[in-house]
Design a protein around this ligand. Structure first.
Ligand code: ADP
Ligand code: ASP
Ligand code: MG
Length: 425
């Protein structure tokens, strides 16, 4: 008898019908002889609605209280799901993150899991239950406060539990049939990927493919937990994310040269204007940002104007951290000695990802040609060994993604990619 962890995203449990449909699927897995642990997200867009509500009472809600509020979303779905399963004649018990032993650090709104002690889940399974765990939440080790793991964090809960319980597989059920070569909401001709390595998936996730959260893939790679991403609305095989290629018939699936195109419109750009061009300036700027616990993405320093000895430094960060970033820099303005700050939240990022880039010359050239043919202007560029990213105007993103997808021969000839649910919010 195996142990499987299944995670159902918000769009899969958007309403009572969805919860009943998912309950049937879970019971099937149990009937097939597995021990089943289910991680569930908040229903539909509940988390967004709760954030909107919080912002109506306070423009910058206190982190601790926001976590307390947001974790209510997953509590609702876990309890309803346990009820629906019992209604089908099976034993089920729901658990909050804290009850399930998800221990985190104390950084509110984006806590990191530092330990998982799933004693109660084990006992529930041993007693014949299906265990339902609220995703996206934990309890801080030092203060014993309720924390959340950052948006999309239920994916991480699922993989962390799968690792702690030594599960055979972590199944991530969502509203599309797997990981595609681009977001099916943007590229109708996106193709489903049968297998993708942890490395390529990490880059896609880090570049904005929200079908899997970056931290969840990091965790899965560290503990070597295979992930199967699939739809809760169809019975199709999805995408396997694992260290070794899967077998199809008597052949191994080949590693693609290019895995896909990702896009992200959740970032903003801060430009620090008029920075003295001398050692230590970049250090003080990014120290101020780091001390505010903000993660940055791309950095560009312009050539200094010889006449003035001043330069501009631009960097990107999550829009949700924009105000905090500006405040942190303004506080350090005298110490750093810059002229002014510019804030731009109308940017988008497009990334091309694939391990084959390392050994195939011309990928970068073809990427820039595709953008140029689509008339897209590039503002920032960054690369890794297996990724090229550019920042453009946010409005240009859909067109740019489609152009790059076509240029690299990723368009499928036949089926349009299906999106079964969700609002894409
Ligand atoms: P869930 O609520 O199940 O966690 P998410 O909305 O977080 O679902 O993630 C699924 C969505 O991710 C899809 O509906 C799709 O729009 C988006 N997405 C972005 N990039 C990709 C990709 N490369 N492949 C599949 N889906 C993607
Ligand atoms: N409900 C949370 C969110 O919307 C966590 C998740 O769905 O994974 O971000
Ligand atoms: Mg998600």
């Amino acid at each position: 008898m195996g142990l499987v962890v299944q995670k159902y995203g918000g769009s899969s449990v958007a309403d009572a019908e969805g919860i009943k449909r998912v309950a049937k699927r879970i019971v099937e897995a149990k009937k097939n002889g597995n021990d089943v642990v289910v991680v569930v997200s908040a229903m539909g867009d509940t988390t967004d609605e709760l954030i909107d509500l919080a912002e109506q009472v306070s423009p910058i809600p206190a982190g601790r209280e926001l976590d307390m509020l947001l974790t209510a979303g997953e509590r609702i779905s876990m309890a309803l799901l346990a009820m629906a399963i019992k209604n089908l004649g099976h034993k089920a018990q729901s658990f909050t993150g804290s009850q399930a032993g998800v221990i985190t650090d104390s950084v509110h709104n984006k806590a990191r899991i530092i330990d998982v002690t799933p004693g109660r889940i084990r006992t529930a399974l041993d007693e014949g239950n299906i265990a339902i765990v609220a995703g996206f939440q934990g309890v801080s080790q030092d203060k014993k406060d309720i924390t959340t793991l950052g948006r999309g964090g239920s994916d991480t809960t699922a993989v962390a539990l799968a690792a702690a319980l030594d599960a055979e597989v972590c199944e991530i059920y969502t509203d599309v049939d797997g990981v595609f070569t681009a977001d099916p909401r943007v590229v109708k001709k996106a193709r489903k990927i049968d297998w993708i390595s942890f490395e390529d998936m990490l880059e896609l996730a880090a570049s904005g493919s929200k079908v899997l959260l970056h931290r969840c893939v990091e965790y899965a790679r560290r503990y070597n937990i295979p992930i199967h991403v699939r739809s809760s609305f169809s019975g199709l095989q999805g995408t396997w994310v694992s260290s070794e290629p899967i077998q199809q018939g008597d052949k191994k699936v080949e590693q693609a040269i290019i895995s896909g195109v990702a896009h992200d419109t959740s970032e903003a750009k801060i430009t620090v204007v008029g920075v003295p061009d001398k050692p230590g300036e970049a250090a003080s700027i990014f120290r101020a940002i780091a001390d505010a616990e903000i993660n940055i993405d791309m950095v560009v320093q312009n050539v200094s104007a010889a006449a003035t000895g001043l330069t501009d430094i631009s960097f990107t960060l999550p829009k949700t951290e924009g105000r905090k970033g500006i405040d942190a820099l303004n506080k350090a303005k005298t110490a750093i000695g810059f002229d002014s700050l510019r804030y731009d939240d109308q940017i988008g990022k497009i990334s091309l990802v694939g391990a084959g880039m390392k050994t195939n010359p011309g990928v970068t050239a073809a990427f820039f040609e595709a953008l140029s043919d689509a008339g897209v202007n590039i503002e920032l560029i960054s690369t890794s060994e297996i990724r090229i990213s550019v920042v453009t105007r946010a409005d240009d993103v859909p067109e740019a993604v489609r152009a790059v997808h076509t240029a690299f021969g990723l368009d499928s000839a036949s089926d349009e990619a299906v999106v079964y649910g969700g609002t894409g919010r």
